[in-house]
Ligand binder design. Structure first.
Ligand code: PGA
Length: 255
């Protein structure tokens, strides 16, 4: 594993936690992970929590991210937030193309290609999500679906930028269902994602971090992180509890 593939342990709070709840969380979480210096820690939080979270984590080892953004710098896009706005707020990362954004808010591969480009240009770490539905997996169309998502979203990148991006493979059938992909399925599909990146970008594919997401918990993190191609995780439900997420951050890969 190259240095560029330092583990990235990311939480996705989705639409949970008011500012007061976020402050309570950080007061517990930050001390629990204060000694962690060999992996990156990221919390993707609601827009309204960003300011408070950036303030509460300043100078520490916890990165703060948004959960989506627009590709334009500004404009008549009601409800949206731009990369310059996030950067000014002190935000360091942005989750892009989460399956819930794709499903409920029509985020699509064409827009995502622009968003990934804009995020990198702004100095944000994009965490690009991809994944198949249950029907697509059963029909044997997993690679076709994910391959297309990857090809389109990364279309505007150069090979030497791959280490500034993370990809999160999140099978939609595993998100919020308690039905985690087996470590073998997660490994096999993430290895496919890496091979797809390699087919476009060559050996630089070994420098992109690829995360697994979907019902990651304290009880399955160690076996997931033992897989050779899994460079981290994107955690929804289990990231809402500071003690559980701290345990996930402090995984100990099984030999
Ligand atoms: P989950 O969500 O961990 O609650 O399954 C993961 C995600 O949606 O990123």
């Amino acid at each position: 594993m190259s240095f560029a593939r330092r583990p990235l342990m990311a939480g996705n709070w989705k639409m949970f936690k008011t500012q007061a709840e976020a402050q309570d969380y950080i007061a517990v979480f930050v001390p629990l992970v204060a000694q962690v210096d060999d992996r990156d820690i990221l919390l993707g939080v609601p827009f309204t929590d960003l300011n408070a979270m950036v303030g509460a984590t300043r100078g520490g080892n916890v990165l703060v991210g948004a959960q989506t953004m627009h590709y334009a710098d500004q404009g008549a896009f009601t409800g949206e937030v731009s990369a310059p706005m996030l950067v000014e707020a002190g935000v360091q990362a942005v989750i892009l193309g989460h399956s819930e954004r794709r499903q409920y808010f029509a985020e699509n591969d064409h827009d995502l290609a622009q968003k990934v480009r804009v995020a990198l240009d702004a100095g944000l770490l994009p965490v690009l999500c991809c994944g198949e539905t249950d029907d697509e997996r059963v029909a044997g169309r997993t690679e076709e679906k994910i391959g297309r998502q990857i090809d389109q979203a990364l279309g505007a990148l150069k090979a030497d930028e791959l280490d500034r991006l993370a990809i999160a493979y999140e099978p939609i059938w595993a998100i919020g269902t308690g039905k985690t992909a087996t470590p073998e399925i997660a490994q096999e599909t993430i290895a496919f994602v890496r091979s797809r990146v390699r087919s476009t970008f060559g050996p630089a594919a070994d420098r992109v971090r690829i995360l697994y997401g979907g019902s990651v918990k304290a009880s399955n993190i160690d076996v997931l992180m033992a897989q050779p191609d899994i460079d981290g995780v994107l955690v929804g439900g289990a990231s809402l509890d500071p003690a559980e997420f701290a345990r996930i951050v402090k995984f100990e890969p099984l030999a």
